[in-house]
Design a protein around this ligand. Structure first.
Ligand code: HEC
Ligand code: HEC
Ligand code: HEC
Ligand code: HEC
Length: 430
């Protein structure tokens, strides 16, 4: 395998120093007033019927959100039969009245942070992503206001990949304040899965990265969006492992940190192969999907760092056989090694050659059975697809890509060996 140094030249986004993106408070914790979707939605603001060709933004964002974006129905979801059943099983009087549900299905800021037009029933509204508009609602529409002015007044930097990843993951994975526990899953909540580039594409766009956008904000390549999401998911998971959700005492630890399919698969489908890790048979493994894919990426890009990272991940798995304290220490150690790499990894420029190399390596590891847990195979597939789209040969590889997709399409019928075979077939077609 060809190994390369971590890429040059470095393009630091908007000249922001490393760490800034991660330091920005999330919209839900910022101090600014959330004025409500109604204050964005009038026809002179973001509520036009169709995109305005003369403005630098579409101005019909509200309509796109309302009609096409799942976030606008997130609160209504809490009123469905499925949510009612979840709430009943959890002993909650109602889902739409429960903080634990509202925290992810709405812009559930503290009462004192709610403006006059704020309505909880708006679901995941504009300010749940763009930040409380208390200080910028008026000014951001004035001529001559720059994006930097908006950020200084508390607008959330959704255009920065690392900050965006933190934002999306706050609901699509959880935080120390809100989390979809195994108890919630057991009551019928869907498993949470996330990949930043795929979810960015899947969220109906209410903006366009065109010439004037690029003057105001950086245009992020899909490969960078993917890597930012992957890296932040890894860090975020390691942070959650150090929090109450994992450390609180109980006989059985919080199960949503583990591979769901380690437990949830039929008994006639024996999967233990004994390869690629040193944990004893029958071990319930921590879910390390984003971390193993991230390590595959780092292995392709730079030889030096990775030995230590592999060891640190191995330590985490070993620690999971010992105690919560050992897991916290190992998660902290791995986090400490990964955190300094994230800014560079997500903002470096990757040429076509490097993207091809990354895809080949992911497929090689997939074919070798390195991603034999469903969640890792899922991340690997999404990455290979993103890279193929970026390399513009997804059409040519359609048959093999579709076949690989079919092997991860239904998590309940995932067969690791099949995934490996199809990865090899795709590799052969490159
Ligand atoms: C405040 C919480 C919250 C934030 C922040 C958030 N989401 Fe979501 N997202 C949700 C919820 C809840 C749903 C499910 C809504 C429903 O179906 O009722 C969802 C659904 C989605 C879906 C549709 C999923 C599907 O099954 O097709 C996509 C895509 C998505 N989000 C992308 C994103 C992206 C990208 C970001 C970051 C820019 C983001 N989300 C930020 C809460 C959030
Ligand atoms: C940590 C954040 C989080 C919490 C807490 C949470 N949810 Fe969700 N929920 C999500 C996200 C994100 C999705 C979308 C998943 C996807 O499609 O990828 C979702 C999806 C759902 C769905 C499926 C929607 C559909 O159309 O398929 C239901 C129902 C649901 N949630 C109900 C609830 C209820 C009831 C609670 C409270 C007990 C709750 N959720 C708590 C984040 C959360
Ligand atoms: C789930 C998160 C999410 C929600 C909800 C959301 N946005 Fe966005 N929005 C984004 C992301 C991500 C971008 C693209 C990155 C950027 O330009 O900041 C964006 C971009 C924009 C832009 C384009 C800015 C430009 O410079 O061209 C506008 C305007 C905007 N959003 C307005 C809205 C309005 C109005 C609402 C509510 C009706 C809304 N957004 C709801 C995440 C969200
Ligand atoms: C250590 C084993 C283990 C892990 C890991 C695990 N679960 Fe479970 N799960 C269980 C057990 C045990 C039950 C209870 C089954 C019963 O009541 O019959 C359960 C129940 C459930 C149920 C309700 C099933 C039913 O039959 O009604 C869902 C849904 C669920 N788990 C989802 C998940 C998800 C999603 C994950 C990963 C995030 C996960 N589980 C991880 C062991 C596990």
């Amino acid at each position: 395998m060809v190994r390369r140094k971590l890429i040059t030249p470095l393009v630091l986004l908007l000249g922001l120093a490393a760490g800034t993106a991660l330091a920005q408070p999330l919209p839900e914790t910022g101090a600014d007033l959330h004025e409500g979707v109604a204050s964005c939605a009038t026809s002179v603001c973001h509520g036009k019927v169709s995109a305005d060709p003369d403005a630098n933004v579409w101005l019909n964002e509200y309509r796109v959100w309302l009609r096409q974006d799942y976030h606008s129905r997130a609160y209504r979801t809490l009123q469905t039969a499925q949510s009612k059943a979840i709430a009943t099983k959890l002993g909650l009087p109602s889902a739409q009245g429960a903080k634990i549900c509202l925290d992810c299905h709405a812009d559930n800021v503290a009462p004192e942070a709610r403006g006059r037009r704020f309505q909880i029933s708006d679901g995941v509204g504009c300010e749940a992503c763009h930040g409380g508009s208390g200080q910028w609602l008026e000014s951001h529409a004035e001529v001559g206001t720059s994006h930097a002015d908006n950020l200084a007044r508390g607008m959330y930097p959704t255009e920065q990949p690392l900050a965006r990843a933190r934002l999306c993951l706050s609901c699509h994975l959880g935080t120390r304040d809100k989390f979809a526990t195994h108890e919630i899953m057991g009551a019928g909540h869907p498993r949470l899965a996330f990949e930043l580039e795929t979810f960015t594409v899947n969220q109906p766009a209410h903006y366009e990265v065109d010439a004037d956008y690029r003057e105001r904000k950086p245009a992020i390549e899909p490969v960078n969006m993917w890597l930012a999401g992957l890296a932040v998911t890894g860090l975020h998971t390691l942070e959650l492992l150090q929090d109450e959700w994992f450390t609180r005492p109980s006989l059985v630890p919080e199960l949503s940190f583990f591979q769901c399919h380690a437990c949830h698969h039929p008994m006639d489908d024996l999967r233990w192969t004994g390869e690629s890790d040193r944990l004893p048979p029958g071990t319930v493994r921590l879910n390390d999907a984003s971390l193993v894919v991230l390590l595959a990426v780092l292995e392709t890009l730079s030889a030096e760092e990775v030995g230590g990272l592999r060891q640190a991940l191995d330590n985490l798995h070993q620690a999971s056989q010992q105690s919560r304290e050992a897991v916290v220490a190992a998660a902290q150690a791995l986090h400490g090694r990964l955190a300094p790499l994230v800014e560079q990894l997500s903002s470096a420029r990757y040429g076509a050659e490097q993207q091809r190399l990354l895809r080949r390596e992911l497929l090689a590891q997939s074919a070798a059975g390195r991603f034999r847990h469903f969640t890792a195979a899922e991340q690997s597939f999404l990455a290979v697809e993103t890279l193929s789209l970026a390399l513009e040969d997804a059409e040519r590889l359609k048959v093999q890509l579709d076949a690989l997709y079919q092997s991860v399409e239904d998590e309940n019928r995932f067969v690791p060996q099949q995934f490996a075979v199809r990865a090899r077939q795709l590799m052969g077609a490159l």
